[in-house]
Design a binder for this molecule. Structure first.
Ligand code: NDP
Length: 354
């Protein structure tokens, strides 16, 4: 019997230098074909909305590893679902599966052989599927691998770490993981007082700075951290990052995670920096290599195990902003891009028990 599904399609592109809007997305219905041999029918449980998707809304994404989303088709991104029908020996009905190529629709037929489709084996994660999109998924892995590979944290050296975009998915994890790895003071930069309280009262950050209300961010950092900044986990770029770099010590390290403040602008990635900031990096021997978590896929299985263990032991705290209903996926994406989320923004499409 054919199944009808509701789906979200990309209706229009925002243009390379404009913020995305809800009207860029539209809801429609489609009859999906029967499962053929080697395919599975899945019911979507939750979807991820992420900043990189903004590039996929452009005709030219500016990144070789990202293809543009076609107009009139459902966007593809991180998703978790339950197998409701299987015509493959690889999956059984009831299995929980995840992929980073999940279409924004309630039901979908997927190829059981797709290399991006993974069956989840952990009972804990199967009953908390949204964690697979955040703290134990790509954003948690980005923070964990980014810190491990690029931050050069030496336990006992009391290194001062600054995180921008600190109250978001990567940021909240990066600050906590830097502490777990043995750094000294952790300072988070974010966009509201509520987010600042979340960082210091719930996530164990030592200091939080609201970049929208703080006049001179570098002066503020220097006041809280007179010995200077050793590591900067950069999620946002732009003027916030220039202010942090002005406080950095010789031989410091930047984890160049993302530059969200410039994603609605027509600039290359990574965006150009002012000459005085480039000189500062060079004169002070500060590393700033491009970091892309997808280049470390061989580290995902161990990283995921470590993240799940920390979450279950209560050492790594998590927060999600959950929007209910497939029809609100576009809204959730637009809200996340403009700071509407605390922690990981997810969309709950169906209950895991449904
Ligand atoms: P978040 O959960 O952090 O959500 C995005 C946040 O960005 C918003 O909540 C908002 O918080 C902040 N923001 C939006 N616009 C601006 C602005 N103009 N200036 C400063 N902050 C802004 O998203 P993620 O954790 O998923 O992603 C964080 C970063 O990590 C992104 O740059 C993303 O591209 C990058 N990333 C990189 C990966 C890699 O492999 N290198 C993998 C995954 C993510 P606020 O209220 O504080 O403004």
């Amino acid at each position: 019997m054919a199944v009808e599904t509701r789906r979200i399609i990309l209706h229009s592109r925002p243009g390379v230098d404009k913020p995305p809007t809800e009207s860029n997305f539209a809801l429609d219905r489609q009859e999906i074909p029967q499962c053929k041999e080697g395919e599975i029918l899945v019911k979507t449980l939750c979807l991820s909305v992420d900043p990189y998707m903004r590039c996929r809304m452009n005709e030219n994404t500016g990144a070789a590893y990202l293809t543009p989303w076609p107009l009139g088709e459902p966007p593809l991104g991180g998703g978790v679902g339950k197998v409701v029908q299987s015509r493959s020996h690889k999956f059984l009905e009831g299995d929980i599966v995840e992929s980073f190529m999940w279409p924004w629709q309630e039901f979908a037929v997927l190829s059981a052989d797709a290399s991006n489709l993974n069956k989840e084996e952990s009972p804990f994660l199967c009953s908390h599927p949204s964690l697979l999109l955040g703290i134990v998924g790509i954003t948690g892995l980005t923070s964990y691998i980014g810190i491990k590979e690029k931050a050069h944290i030496k336990p006992g050296a009391e290194q001062a770490v600054v995180i921008s975009g600190a109250a978001g998915a990567c940021g909240m994890a990066a600050g906590q993981i830097a502490k777990l790895e043995g750094c000294g003071i952790v300072i988070g930069i974010c966009g509201t007082d509520e987010k600042c309280r979340f960082l210091t009262e719930e996530m164990g950050f030592d200091v939080a700075i609201n970049y929208k209300t703080t006049k001179n961010i570098s002066e503020h950092i220097k006041m809280k951290c007179p010995a200077g900044v050793d590591v900067y986990f950069d999620n946002v770029g732009g003027e916030i990052s220039n202010e942090v770099i002005r406080c950095m010590n010789k031989d410091g390290h930047i984890v160049l995670c993302g530059q969200i403040s410039l994603y609605n602008e027509d600039v290359p990635y990574p965006p150009p920096m002012p000459q005085d900031i480039q000189d500062m990096l060079k004169d002070n021997n500060i590393t700033r290599d491009r970091f892309l978590v997808l280049n470390y896929m061989e580290k995902f299985p161990d990283g995921k195990k470590q993240l799940e263990a920390w979450v279950r032991e209560g050492k790594l705290k998590n927060r999600e902003t959950v929007v209910e209903g497939l029809e609100n996926t576009g809204r959730a994406f637009v809200a996340m891009m403009s700071g509407g989320n605390i922690g990981k923004q997810v969309v709950r499409v169906a209950e895991v028990t449904s």
